[in-house]
Design a protein around this ligand. Sequence first.
Ligand code: NAD
Length: 291
Amino acid sequence: MKIGFIGLGNMGAPMAANLAAAGHEVTGFDLAAPCPDGVAAAASAQDTASGADVVITMLPNGEILRSVAAQLHGAMKPGAVHLDCSTVDVDSARAVAEAAEAAGVSAVDAPVSGGVGGASAGTLTFMAGGSEDAFATVAPLFEVMGQKAVHCGAAGAGQAAKICNNMILGITMIGSCEAFALADKLGLDRQKMFDVVSTSSGYSWVMNAYCPAPGIGPVSPADNDYQPGFAAALMLKDLRLSQQAAEAVDADTPLGEAATALYTQFVEAEDGGGKDFSAMLPRFAARGRTG
Ligand code: NAD
């Protein structure tokens, strides 16, 4: 396929490189980052669109996505697909899909799970929203860039799935870290705590695959001095999106709200910004009930 790729940062660059390595003709554009190997540089976002079957965006937020989409859709050929893989708010995903339709092109919102490691290895999971036809058009690209793609529903459904998943992830991380910190103070050995919880009803992906305690379970960012991994600042971004969406539809999410408040404090008022989101464990371990 002929593919345009806009946003060649930590995630976009390896994704674009994998598409090029798989034999697709990829033209890229970024305001700052260079094009990776195999990707031809375009002069502008619009230039990536000319003649492209699919234009992929991998951008920081919904506001930037909306402004890039406004430049892009008119330059795309009729029937082409705008595939947005950024993590953005549900409203922006739906607005971009409406704008695409008005311009005679299709849109798929398909945020990813798997991080920079998954982007490089081509093992991302995509959660997609959009029409059956548009999903079918981009499905072969999901196979190159990832290992699984779930078609979640109409426009915005991919972003909805992503923020619900990551709200669970943030809450579960906090719960697991709280429990380790409590176990420490009760004199319970962390390895024993892991051995019990990872095979009992408290088990989770966080505990079993991404254990926040160093030296326990499979290798995780905790074993690398809490270098990300999945940065606490990115977790905060996703939690905020979950609360923005919850407010918009009047959903009651008290633990999502509490997790957002805790990660806000950790990232903005403490030293959590550059750390992995599992660094909540040393944070809790160093505190008592009143701080
Ligand atoms: P990044 O900041 O490394 O890359 C974003 C790129 O977009 C930058 O290179 C920037 O120069 C470029 N850009 C910004 N505005 C632009 C514009 N108007 N035109 C062209 N290029 C523009 O971010 P990232 O880590 O690659 O993340 C991208 C998206 O993926 C985000 O929405 C993020 O939430 C999501 N995501 C990231 C991870 C992760 O682990 N990094 C995991 C899952 C999802």
